[in-house]
Each structure stands twice: as C-alpha cells, then as structure tokens.
Ligand binder design. Structure first.
Ligand code: HEC
Length: 155
C-alpha cells in the first residue's frame, strides 16, 4: 500500500505538473490562494517578487528559496517577517521552474520587466547545482535588494 502511494507520487512528479498545480499542492497552505500571504507570518508573493527578476540574480534567488529554504528577518512591502521556510526538496527542476513562472505571470504581471523570459528547467537545474543553507539564501536576498536599489529597480 505504502509503496503504491510512493510510486504514484513519483510518477506524478515525472509528469511535469503545471505551475498552478505545484502552487496549489506545495505553497498555498502558507502563501494563500491569492499569494498575498498572512500578515506578519507568511510573506506575500503577489506584487513583490516580480521586481526581483529585473536582475538575473533575482531569478536565481527565486529558484533557491523553494530548493534550499529561507530563514531570518525579511522586510517585504514595509512589513517585517521573522519566519522560516523549509526547503521543498521533493520538487523537481521542472516543478520549480513552473511554479516560479506561475507566481510571476499570474500574480506579478504589473512588475515584470518588458523583456521577461520564463525560467527554463535547465536554468533552474544550474541554480540548484550547488546546495545552500537557509541563511545563505537569506544573505542572497539582502545582496539582491542592495543591487536592485542601486539599479533603481525597487519601487
Ligand atoms: C510552511 C509554510 C510555507 C510553505 C509551504 C511555502 N512557503 Fe514560501 N515562505 C514561507 C515563509 C515563512 C517565508 C519567509 C521566511 C523568512 O522570514 O525568512 C517564505 C518566503 C518565500 C519567498 C521569499 C519572498 C521574498 O520576498 O523574498 C518565496 C519566493 C517563497 N517563499 C516561495 C514559495 C514557494 C514557491 C512555495 C511552494 C513551492 C512556498 N514558498 C511554500 C513559508 C512557506
């Protein structure tokens, strides 16, 4: 019985789930169906992360968070959240590309750069090649925000 379930889960992964499906089964429990999060606890992914892909390092950061987790205080939309997101290491490169593209195109259209190109599976594979700690991902976010501010890309 248990093996059958595991096999089923495995074949479901191979079948390249769509972004909305990956989001529904792995993210909405915390980030909510409208991706607006829960105030003070789970950050919004709507109307925020579209800014990040104005720089290439933001694409890497967005792939790193679900791959490796994130911990420490973050400021988003002027609100401080001291949370911890565990890594969702069961997700394939394909799942991560699909879910990030879904979040960007569904909930962040207004912020996307005009030349935005969806993340590809190969690109995500490269971003995941070297494991990171949750704190390293947090430091990566800080560096990304510095670079975005410098480039005038944060509104
Ligand atoms: C168990 C709850 C939980 C789940 C499930 C979860 N997250 Fe998170 N997520 C968080 C928390 C909490 C944070 C903020 C962590 C912190 O404060 O350091 C976060 C932060 C993020 C960020 C960083 C936002 C920013 O402004 O830098 C992204 C991107 C993200 N999550 C994407 C996802 C995706 C994609 C999924 C599903 C594949 C997902 N999360 C599933 C709780 C969760």
């Amino acid at each position: 019985m248990f093996t059958a379930i595991a096999m089923f889960a495995c074949s479901a992964n191979v079948r390249a789930a769509g972004g909305s499906e990956v989001f529904a089964s792995n993210c909405i429990v915390c980030h909510q169906p409208d991706a607006k999060g829960v105030q003070g606890i789970y950050p919004p992914l709507a109307e925020t992360v579209g800014n990040y892909v104005k720089l290439k390092q933001g694409r890497a950061y967005l792939a790193h968070v679900p791959s490796f987790g994130l911990t420490g205080v973050i400021v988003t939309n002027g609100e401080s959240i001291d949370g911890n997101m565990p890594p969702l290491s069961q997700l394939s490169d394909d799942d991560i590309a699909a879910v990030i593209n879904y979040i960007l195109t569904k909930f962040n259209q207004r912020l996307l750069p005009a030349d935005f190109k969806p993340l590809t599976t190969d690109e995500v594979h490269g971003y995941r090649a070297k494991p990171m700690t949750e704190t390293e991902v947090h430091n990566e976010r800080a560096a990304l925000f510095e670079a975005l501010k410098k480039a005038g890309d944060l509104k």
